[in-house]
Write a protein that binds this ligand. Structure first.
Ligand SMILES: Nc1nc2c([nH]c(=O)n2[C@H]2C[C@H](O)[C@@H](COP(=O)(O)OP(=O)(O)OP(=O)(O)O)O2)c(=O)[nH]1
Length: 145
């Protein structure tokens, strides 16, 4: 088994992007509706996914966004919790969230999502988010004020 070596990636880390129309003047964010598994289908999330063994977190995020949405992004700062960098999420996983903006491509639901939607900052709460994402949304609003 891997998992204890110095270079082993933390298998519990999920990386995700809060993709805004503009990092300088954020007014709308790209929201993604899950298509699977059945118990999570229909809920909204930040696009991203699990870091693979021996993959750097930022590289994992760029890979996931290319696979799932067909876009390249510029990453801004990480949005931290009060305690540290990573948010507690489903299944005892942790999630690191970066602000981001699209640098090439037009986001399409290529994989894992039923729908993508650009949502105005003040209307983000109206979607049916995964429960662990609610406090992250509050921090995102504060970080983009
Ligand atoms: N991408 C993403 N996952 C989230 C969010 N909030 C949250 O609790 N999660 C959970 C749902 C999943 O249990 C887990 C992410 O796993 P995933 O299935 O999307 O990862 P993946 O694309 O790498 O897929 P796989 O390797 O499991 O097939 O994190 C969020 O905002 N975005």
């Amino acid at each position: 088994m891997t998992g204890t070596g110095a270079t082993a990636t933390d298998r519990r880390l999920v990386v995700a992007a809060a993709i805004w129309d503009s990092l300088e003047r954020p007014s709308a964010m790209l929201c993604a509706q899950r298509s699977a598994p059945p118990e999570l289908a229909g809920r909204w999330e930040l696009p991203g996914g699990k870091v693979e063994p021996d993959e750097a977190p930022e590289a994992a995020l760029h890979r996931e966004l290319a696979e799932e949405l067909g876009i390249k992004v510029r990453l801004g700062p990480v949005v931290p919790t009060a305690e540290g960098a990573d948010w507690p999420i489903l299944h005892h996983l942790r999630m690191r969230v970066w602000l981001a903006e699209v640098t090439s491509g037009v986001a399409e639901a290529l994989q894992d999502h039923a729908e993508l939607r650009w949502v105005a900052r003040d209307e983000l709460d109206d979607l049916d988010w995964l429960d662990p994402d609610r406090p992250i949304l509050r921090a995102l609003r504060a970080a983009t004020r």
